[in-house]
Write a protein that binds this ligand. Structure first.
Ligand code: AMP
Ligand code: MG
Length: 318
């Protein structure tokens, strides 16, 4: 098992030596390594068992740090960074050369940047002379970790240190924005709602996972899957088809009075639901149930990103 602590100097020293450290962010915990060190980056892929065609997000303290690595920053990217960084927004920009190794970007000519909004992550990033490549700190395909314990349970044997920043305040991965001729498009729904982005940019295109091509492989349909099969639909109807003692129920706000249920937000708040989602999916793994029955949220705000994760979890054949 890995050591869990709050020692930034220790985390910085390990990262400088090319080792991996799990770091807290406001979205989910990241498995971080020096983005400019190809050996460290290779360790990230192998620790997660992540296919090399799935690119990593590069974490930086602010947009000015991206300027060393990209050709030009679209005006609308600058504006979004000004408004939403630090925060749960990844900007995919055109890569200048291979200072950021091709392994980080899976050979694409673009690179995804994010400036995380967590005090420990920010202290660490400012202390280091290099950016951090950090995908979510979970085995590939599984739900993302939102506490240090989640990381330790699954990757504790592959890393030496987990920086403890408590429970993630947003709880769902970043929204990824790419640019087509300077115009923003949503490549992955996430912790910053489309509505908040569109309030600045006007209407933008959203690639839902079903319509995606492999440009952003994080859009793979079967992803974010819990350990048990998940069935999506109207809970009242689904409950008639499965024996009550075998099912875990994941509802948005309704109480089904079951021992094996989790209510994402009793008050019907999508932000609270996002914070609870991954913890609750993990909870079902430890319950004596064989299937998870879940319902979609109203398709607005973070409800949209939560629905995206639920649909992907339901897409896995297991
Ligand atoms: P994770 O940090 O595990 O949520 O995964 C990062 C995700 O970011 C990847 O799966 C991709 O979907 C996306 N991503 C990272 N870099 C790029 C890029 N250059 N172009 C498109 N998508 C990217
Ligand atoms: Mg991930």
């Amino acid at each position: 098992m890995a050591e869990i602590g709050t020692d930034i100097k220790k985390a910085a020293a390990l990262l400088t030596q090319g080792e991996l450290v799990a770091i807290p962010t406001e979205t989910v915990y990241g498995l971080a390594g020096n983005a400019l060190n190809i050996d460290a980056v290779a360790k990230i892929f192998s620790a997660k068992n992540r296919p090399q065609f799935d690119p990593l997000i590069v974490h930086i303290p602010s947009l000015s740090f991206a300027k060393n690595y990209v050709h030009e920053i679209p005006k609308k990217a600058e504006r979004l960074a000004q408004l939403f960084w630090p925060g749960p927004l990844t900007l995919v920009l055109d890569k200048k050369d291979d200072i950021i190794p091709a392994l980080v970007t899976s050979g694409l000519n673009t690179v995804g940047f994010r400036s995380p909004d967590h005090p420990l992550a920010r202290k660490l990033l400012t202390a280091l002379p290099f950016p951090l490549a950090a995908p979510s700190a979970n085995p590939f395909g599984y739900v993302s970790p939102t506490t240090p314990e989640h990381v330790n349970e699954q990757l504790g044997n592959n890393i030496s240190y987990i920086l403890d920043g408590g429970t993630c305040s947003i709880g769902i991965e970043s929204t990824i924005i790419g640019f087509e001729e300077g115009e923003p498009v949503v490549l992955r729904l996430g912790g910053l709602s489309v509505e908040r982005i569109e309030a600045v940019t006007g209407k933008i295109k959203v690639f839902e996972h079903s319509t995606s091509n492999p440009v952003a492989p994080g859009q793979l349909k079967s992803h974010y899957a819990p350990g048990k099969p998940l069935k999506l639909g109207k809970l009242e109807e689904l409950l008639q088809h499965y024996p009550a003692h075998e099912v875990g129920i994941l509802s948005f706000s309704h109480d089904y009075n079951s021992k094996y249920q989790r209510i994402l937000s009793p008050g019907g708040n999508p932000e609270e639901a996002a914070r609870n989602l991954f913890q609750f999916l993990r909870d079902f793994d430890k319950m004596p149930v064989s299937i998870i029955l879940a319902e979609l949220l109203p398709d607005a705000g973070l409800g949209r990103a939560i629905n995206d994760r639920l649909k992907r979890a339901a897409a896995v054949d297991n």
